[in-house]
Ligand binder design. Structure first.
Ligand code: HEC
Ligand code: HEC
Ligand code: HEC
Length: 476
């Protein structure tokens, strides 16, 4: 690094006051080696206690909970995002069991949040995180318990918090976050928010391989970006991955496979929202290019259109949080990639599903967006993924069913899938007594319950999709 270690320590200190404790601890402490006491007045008082809640926030809540527990639509109003979690849980009554606090300081056994992450038998609803397994590791659960036992403090002392806040006010004028390579190292563990697999954004053109169906594009947000409401806070980082699969292995696009935008702030690129643009080596070992005018100013110029799109904001394009399919989405399914053709007696079909009672029936499975890949940690297949199964008997198609990753708040108990029955003749959505044959609970909930068996635990698939030999990545 060209920065002197003194300067880099000062930058780290800036980050304490401007960004957040967890970032500081991950982003600076390790590199500094000798800790932060020279500059970090608040920290030196009681490092351990500060460490605990910021670790609970970053290693548990931000890592595993805010996929759901964020913002106004968080389940039971429980927002666990950075800056909000503490006030929503400590000495706050549980909605599900009103005789208990979510966190009762010094008393983990009377803390309902602890019981929910352990999956105690007397909880209401499911073990958290709701999308497990995997659930939290023993170490992660112990970290929460240790923090509760230590008094469930926000910081070492309220004095420390005030010092930090006072510092932030004093330096608002030269608020600036200067990212270095280490700020990107862990990007793959951040929340993935945008899968943009269908290249439907009108601004995209050939950028980010938007014109090449063999590539999928995914965006990761750091905790600061994730917690921002309205314009992005200084220190926000968004990373864009552009990848394809060759022989089952993930490969980055040779051109700009890994890009990022960082809200730098200060005087930097103030005409364009204070964003700095980055081109990063796909193994995150080098920054290949950075600045306000990267790519001859085209990052700025194209991204400045984001604001004019519904849901776009502050140079960041909108992303599909919910995909509501219509009959037209299925019309050409026979042209999609065929990921399975078989007629054997698959025991997972339980004898009757998908005409399994006919030994001569042929099942063919087609997938749109072949390169839409599951994020096994959290959301599974990207919003907008569509899979169709057709059954052929005596040279005629006799059954067509489909599953669409709808997203949003739809069927949250079953990984956001919507199920469909289509008329084999014209591929319209079939009509049954209750109206159109589509929804979360189609077939009395049996699509959900049988398909929930397709997961890494059983080894039969991923995210409600059974294993198929020609799907590049749903093999366990
Ligand atoms: C996939 C979405 C999802 C994830 C991820 C998730 N939750 Fe939940 N959470 C829910 C839903 C839905 C409910 C209500 C239904 C239930 O309890 O099963 C809930 C309820 C809760 C409740 C009960 C709140 C009350 O007031 O009684 C707590 C506590 C909780 N979650 C904590 C967590 C924690 C801690 C994590 C991360 C370790 C987490 N959740 C991850 C969806 C999620
Ligand atoms: C011609 C338009 C265009 C250009 C040029 C462009 N982008 Fe993008 N970028 C997009 C669109 C559209 C998205 C939205 C996601 C999608 O559809 O893939 C996006 C998404 C991103 C994201 C994720 C955050 C978001 O806005 O969704 C990052 C980070 C990003 N681009 C970085 C860059 C960088 C760095 C450059 C310059 C090297 C660049 N982009 C050049 C159009 C462009
Ligand atoms: C008793 C279990 C069972 C039920 C109930 C069931 N399915 Fe399936 N489904 C399967 C199995 C097993 C496969 C894989 C077939 C194969 O590879 O032979 C499958 C395959 C599929 C596929 C292709 C993607 C995949 O996961 O392989 C779709 C789409 C599908 N089913 C839709 C539905 C819909 C819609 C319903 C409800 C109307 C439903 N299924 C009910 C067991 C079931």
């Amino acid at each position: 690094m060209q920065l002197s270690s003194q300067l880099s320590r000062q930058l780290c200190f800036l980050r304490i006051i401007l960004i957040s404790l967890p970032l500081l601890i991950i982003g600076c402490d390790a590199g500094d080696g000798d800790g932060l006491d020279e500059n970090g007045l608040a920290i030196e008082n009681t490092p351990a206690a500060i460490d605990l809640f910021s670790r609970v926030q970053s290693e548990v809540f931000t890592a595993r909970c805010i996929a759901c527990h964020i913002g106004a639509s968080a389940p039971l109003g429980l927002d666990l995002s950075e800056g909000n979690a503490y006030a929503n849980i400590v000495s706050v009554t549980s909605t599900q069991q009103s005789t208990m606090m979510l966190i009762s300081p010094n008393n983990p056994e009377e803390s309902y949040l602890v019981k929910k992450i352990r999956g105690d038998s007397d909880i209401t609803g499911a073990q958290m995180p709701r999308n497990g397994p995997p659930f939290l590791s023993d170490n992660q659960i112990q970290l929460v318990i240790d923090w509760v036992n230590a008094g469930a403090k926000a910081t070492a002392s309220s004095g420390a918090e005030e010092t930090i806040n006072a510092g932030a006010e004093e330096t608002t004028d030269d608020n600036e976050f200067v990212a270095t390579l280490s700020d990107f190292t862990n990007y793959a563990s951040w929340q993935a928010i945008d899968y943009s697999i269908d290249a439907s954004n009108p601004a995209l053109g050939t950028a980010h391989k938007g014109d090449d169906a063999a590539y999928s594009r995914r965006t990761y947000k750091n905790a600061t970006a994730q917690a921002s409401t309205g314009e992005y806070a200084i220190g926000s980082i968004l990373v864009k991955e552009v990848v394809t699969w060759q022989d089952g292995d993930k490969e980055f696009s040779p051109m700009a496979g890994l890009n990022a935008m960082v809200k730098r702030g200060g005087e930097f690129n103030s005409g364009n929202g204070g964003w700095e643009w980055f081109d990063i080596a796909s193994d995150v070992t080098a920054i290949n290019g950075q600045g306000a005018d990267l790519m001859g100013g085209m990052c700025d110029a194209c991204h400045s259109q984001a604001e004019s799109q519904t849901g776009g904001l502050d140079y960041v394009f909108p992303y599909p949080s919910e995909y509501i399919a219509s009959a037209a989405d299925f019309a050409d399914y026979e042209d999609w990639e065929l990921i399975e053709k078989r007629s054997d007696q698959n025991s997972l079909l339980g004898e009757i599903a998908h005409k399994a009672d006919d030994p001569d029936a042929i099942r063919r499975i087609y997938k749109k967006q072949l390169y839409a890949y599951p994020d096994t940690a959290e959301q599974g297949y990207p919003v907008g993924t569509i899979i169709v199964l057709e059954v052929e008997q005596n040279d005629a198609i006799t059954e067509v069913t489909a599953m669409v990753k709808r997203g949003g708040t739809f069927n949250t108990d079953n990984h956001y899938w919507e199920w469909f029955m289509l008329a084999p003749l014209d591929l319209s959505i079939m009509v049954d007594d209750s109206g159109e044959a589509r929804g979360a609970n189609l077939m009395g909930g049996m699509c959900n319950s049988c398909h929930s068996g397709a997961n890494p635990t059983t080894g039969d698939g991923i995210d409600y999709v059974f294993e198929h030999k020609d799907d590049p990545f749903n093999h366990p």
